[in-house]
Design a protein around this ligand. Structure first.
Ligand code: ADP
Ligand code: ZN
Length: 724
């Protein structure tokens, strides 16, 4: 094969792609391919993998085959290449016979530089015959991690690729992936029989990305707060189910965030529209299942939020990789709960045993990652076989570190146990030995006779597991690549055993407890602004006096508290406060928002309209039914009967409606059950009472023959008249 000089390569780069410089190892990779060597490229998303095979495909005579798992992705690349006048074609199951025949003709005539093929099309005999006739320059296998059962996206048809390529002759292979743990990397090379390949692995560290894990607690409030504090910025929210995607997209829209859903169950037209709207910034936030984002090249995604805990760290890392591709801000927030992990495990229950076991190991890694208080970046990079010697300073665990403790003696016990068990066991067994558990394995191996047996029984299993994980991160232990789960000592570990040193360990997060702490803090943090509350109370007195009404009629205390929490500064915002309907807003609202606006300005308060969460459905069906029946003057008994409620329950519902600010006219009913004088008496009472308490009213009307029901009905009438 012809070896081009680097000057020529740069010129070609500029000529075809319009770029002046190669990025990272692109140039060496391209040389490797031009030299006809098998080449393995592991580079994070966005680093520029495609160019590594596109440019040599253009330079070399013949056609390069590109195997890629996703039809949409292929189409995308072909379109892009067309704009650069590079002749590229696709063969996949979405084409008609005629279209396929045309592509084949063009390829055989030597016009096509890149031919994208789906793996399942590759296995078809008719296509194979054709490929044997074509002049193929090399084969590129994109998303090569799909080969490995140990990856996060295993595709069985990928495992056949090598034998098919072999039937086409001795072609050089370039395999590319954005995720590969050491285990997956080995799997890929073995399967493609390219153990001797030139491997180009670039660092996975994305320094501009900020990682944070949050407990799944008051998640909707957290979402709104986060998104509103990143106003007008693009972001992706990943959910596991289509239903959740729809729900969250709607929830965000209701809260005035420009959001749209994206999932595979949507009609194709809508889906493409939402994707385009996101790319063109008509939509700020796309809520998606993981199907979204492959091959999407939006450089300024500022946040990626995982609403549900992801299935694997590989998938998670790839998805977060879509943030901040331009090297600027990128926030990666994951919501974690162990119940998500259990749920995900249940989803796998119908899978074959080994597949389920593999999936379980990936899930376990996910849970460890989330619960660990060690630097996120240290953990993530370690997972992909990279060692970071210092905590990053730019993740939640670095910014809010948990207290550390001296771990020298614990590390010693762990390393000694690994050694005494002859480096042949996994974490569970090691912990059992350390804690002196009794089971048949321990006995059959005679491990209850070891010097370390039971040395650490005063600590829980979770404590030891966490400490062992930290030994891995420190590089004292390593995972055996051949035998999944088995831990071995490294040189560094042996050195430590010979000469133990001080070493600091961290305890895991216990999110359930942290939740409670947060809740307590939250109460103080979100408890209302006392100053403002008093100002509002004074104002309420004044307004009530002016209107000749008792203060409680204007706004009730809980409404004032909420105002002193959320600082509404417009009539619309005020109408969001519980117990404040449009009637009240129009009657009493103006002076309140004026006072609040001034207060906000004087005290430099950022209004917390972000914490006002509107839910998509705010009136229950029953309430709507009741309101419409009352409008039509239907007897209350009849309404109660129709909804199988007691009169008492119905009145309670009506009170809810009334207290949330809706005006109801019950005169037609009250006139039937109470004479005018009685009505006037009760009305006057409420007008002058200090509160709207029914008990107090009952005391007042004790001597007369007035029922609680009558008092409650009159209270509704009264509030509807004067307050709503
Ligand atoms: P990956 O497949 O690794 O996720 P892509 O191949 O999609 O990444 O490339 C990401 C972006 O970087 C694309 O917009 C691509 O055009 C751009 N790119 C690739 N190589 C270069 C280069 N040498 N100079 C400038 N931009 C580049
Ligand atoms: Zn960190």
């Amino acid at each position: 094969m012809i070896v081009e000089t680097s000057v020529d390569l740069k010129a070609k780069l500029n000529e075809v792609f319009g770029y002046k410089q190669f990025r990272g190892a692109q140039e060496q990779i391209i040389h490797s391919i031009l030299d006809g060597r098998n080449t393995f490229v592991i580079m994070p998303t966005g680093a520029g993998k495609s160019l590594c095979y596109q440019l040599p495909a253009v330079i070399m005579p013949g056609t390069a085959i590109v195997i890629s798992p996703l039809i949409a992705l292929m189409k995308n690349q072909v379109d892009q290449l067309e704009t650069m006048s590079v002749n590229a074609r696709v063969i996949n199951s979405s084409l008609s016979k005629n279209e396929i025949n045309r592509v084949k003709r063009e390829t055989l005539s030597g016009d096509v530089k890149l031919l994208y093929v789906a793996p399942e099309s590759l296995t078809k005999e008719e296509h194979l015959d054709f490929l044997r006739q074509a002049n193929i320059s090399f084969v590129a296998i994109d998303e090569a991690h799909c080969i490995s059962e140990w990856g996060h996206d295993f595709r069985p048809e990928y495992r056949k690729i090598k034998s098919i390529i072999a039937r086409l002759g001795n072609l050089p292979i370039i395999a590319l992936t954005a995720t590969a743990t050491p285990k997956v990397q080995q799997d890929i090379q073995k399967n493609l029989q390219m153990e001797q390949a030139s491997v180009f692995k670039s660092s996975f560290n994305r320094k501009n990305l900020y990682y944070e894990v949050r407990p799944k607690h008051e998640i909707k409030k957290q979402l709104i707060r986060f998104i509103k504090s990143h106003k007008d910025k693009s972001g992706i929210i990943y959910c596991l189910s289509r239903k959740k995607v729809e729900e969250i997209a709607e929830f965000l829209c209701v809260n005035d965030i420009k959001a749209a859903p994206y999932h595979a169950g949507m009609d194709g037209v809508d889906r493409i529209k939402n994707q385009d709207d996101f790319l063109n910034e008509k939509v700020d936030v796309i809520v998606a299942t993981i199907a979204f984002g492959m091959g999407i090249d939006k450089p300024d995604v500022r946040f990626v939020i995982h609403y549900d805990t992801p299935k694997s760290l590989e998938g998670y890392y790839q998805e977060t990789g879509r943030a901040g591709r331009d090297g600027l801000e990128g926030n990666c927030i994951m919501f974690y709960s162990y119940s998500d992990i259990l749920k995900l495990d249940k989803f796998n229950k119908d899978k074959p045993v080994t597949e389920r076991e593999n999936a379980r190991i990936l899930l376990e890694e996910m849970a460890y990652y989330a619960e660990s208080a060690v630097c996120r970046r240290v953990q993530l990079l370690h997972y992909f076989g990279e060692y970071l010697s210092e905590p990053c300073g730019f993740c939640d665990n670095c910014i809010k570190p948990k207290e550390k403790f001296e771990g020298k003696s614990f590390v010693e016990i762990i390393l000694q146990t690994v050694e005494e068990c002859q480096e042949r066991f996994g974490i569970t067994h090691l912990v059992n030995v350390i804690r002196g558990s009794k089971n048949q394995y321990i006995q059959s191996y005679g491990h209850d006779k070891l010097s370390v047996y039971g040395k650490g029984k005063e600590h829980e299993a979770e404590f030891w597991k966490s400490a062992i994980r930290q030994c891995l991160l420190f590089g004292f232990l390593e995972k055996d690549i051949e035998q999944i789960g088995v831990l071995k000592l490294t040189q560094q570990g042996t050195t430590f055993l010979e000469n133990p040193k001080s070493i600091m360990l961290t305890e895991n997060h216990i999110y359930e407890l942290e939740n409670e702490e947060d809740l307590e803090n939250d109460q103080t943090a979100t408890s209302y602004d006392l100053n403002l509350f008093h100002i509002l109370k004074e104002l309420r007195k004044k307004v009530a006096k002016n209107k000749g009404l008792p203060p409680y009629v204007v706004f009730q205390d809980p409404s004032l508290e909420e105002m002193a929490t959320t600082y509404p500064t417009s009539l619309e915002e005020l109408a969001q406060v519980n117990g404040v309907g449009l009637g009240k807003v129009n009657k009493f609202g103006q002076p309140f928002i004026e006072v609040i606006s001034k207060y906000v300005e004087d005290n430099d308060i950022t209004t917390a309209s972000d914490v006002v969460i509107k839910s998509a459905v705010n009136k229950s069906k029953v309430k709507i039914y009741i309101i419409s029946q009352i409008d039509r003057k239907v007897d209350l008994e009849e309404i109660a009967e129709a909804k199988s409620m007691t009169m008492n329950q119905l009145i309670e519902e009506i009170e809810h409606i009334c207290y949330s600010g809706t005006k109801l006219n019950l005169d037609y009913y009250i006139d039937q059950v109470l004479d005018d004088d009685k009505q006037d008496d009760i009305y006057d009472y409420f007008m002058n009472a200090g509160s709207d308490s029914i008990d107090e009213a009952l005391d007042e009307f004790e001597d007369e023959d007035t029922t609680e029901e009558e008092l409650r009905l009159m209270r509704i009438k009264f509030l509807s008249d004067v307050a709503n």
